[in-house]
Structure formats: C-alpha cells, structure tokens
Design a protein around this ligand. Sequence first.
Ligand SMILES: O=C(O)c1ccccc1N[C@@H]1O[C@H](COP(=O)(O)O)[C@@H](O)[C@H]1O
Length: 222
Amino acid sequence: MIKICGITTLEDALEALAAGADILGFNFYPHSPRYISPTVCQAVVRAVREAHPWAILVGVFVNAPAAQVLDTLDTCGLDLAQLSGDEPPEILEQLGERAFKAFRPRSQDELESLLRVYPLRREGPAALVDAMKPGLYGGSGQMADWRAAAWLAQRAPILLAGGLTPENVAMAIAQVQPWGVDVASGVEAAPGRKDKIRLRAFVQQVRKAYVALSTINQGDEL
Ligand SMILES: O=C(O)c1ccccc1N[C@@H]1O[C@H](COP(=O)(O)O)[C@@H](O)[C@H]1O
C-alpha cells in the first residue's frame, strides 16, 4: 500500500492516484507547510471520490480533540484519522477503528512500551512508524528507526514513514517489510507541492520492491 501524504491541491491528489497511490493524506496541523483547510479538503475529496472511489483518504491531526477529529472527518468525507501528535491513548479508544496512531520511537524498547498502552487498529493501517525529530511531529525528511519498525511490521499491518524517497524506499521495504509506505517531503517539488516525476519514481520503486519481497518470501516457503 502506498500513502502519499501532505496533499494540498486537487491536481496533486489526482496525480498521486494516477501514479498508483492507494491512500492520500491531508494535513490539518496548522504549522505544517502541507496544511490544508477543511473547506479546501472537502472540495478535493468530493472530486477525488468521483474519479477514484476506492482510494483511502486520511486526515492527519496533531493534538486535536476527538470531537474535532470526528467532525473534520465527517465534514471532509475522510475515512481515517492519523494522530501524529502527543495524543493520549484514551483518544484512540474514543475514535476506535476510525483512527491510527503515528509512533515516533527512538528504539524498539520505546515502541514496545508505547504498545503496552496504545491500541492498534485491527486492520491495516494498524499504526504508522515515523522518525523522531525533536520539535517536529512529522514531515521531517528524517528516517525512522527501521529496526523498531521491522519488529512491529511482523506483528501488525503498519505504514512505514520518515524520510522515504524514490532512492531509498526499496531498501526500506526489503528491511522492514511493512504493510505499506508513507511519504510526504520525499516526493515534493517544494513544501506542499508534489513532483510528478518523483511521485511516479516512488511508486515504481515500491512496486518493484514488493515483487522482489514476495519472490523471496515464496522461496522461503518451499
Ligand atoms: O508533513 C508534515 O508536515 C507533518 C506535520 C505534522 C505531523 C505529520 C506530518 N507528516 C507526516 O510525517 C510523515 C513523514 O514525512 P516525510 O516523508 O519524512 O516528509 C508523512 O508521511 C506524514 O504522515
């Protein structure tokens, strides 16, 4: 599964889906260079749904109250919420299957501790593993702890995020074996605007990497 995050225009949404994205992310964190207002998002979602009814559409939130998350999901017509802030576990319990947590662990130990208190969604995406960069909640262009992510990927259908690019995503998939990958800055022409060539290169690399992975895994089963 491929999630292209930080979509701010209809043009970029359609370009990402035409390139082969399965999931789009819309960022409601006001300090993000990828911020989109609920009003603009609603219009983008309406047009996207007509052309690509199967796409999974996700809202990215940072420390928003549960009521505001639900209201924004419903107003914009989004499927799921990604909680990328310092939200307490209770908010995930309140939102149930409509939300998943973005973890930014510094180590596997830290991730294991977080999972003792935070629930995972039952289906993919169960959670997202992103990079820890002090002062930023995401979109840092830094790589996540792949060892921790690989540990969780063996137990749940996760999205791997953090500094992924067309150049490194194949290596990330080979090492972490995630359910899906998520990219924001690595496919941009400028903050908040996607680059068509990098989008297509990213998708091509992801597809090749999953084909290689399934060949290896089938060989292991023989
Ligand atoms: O993209 C942002 O600006 C952002 C801001 C606040 C919370 C989350 C954000 N984005 C998420 O971070 C990952 C990783 O980004 P990148 O690929 O390293 O640039 C991104 O996919 C979003 O889910």
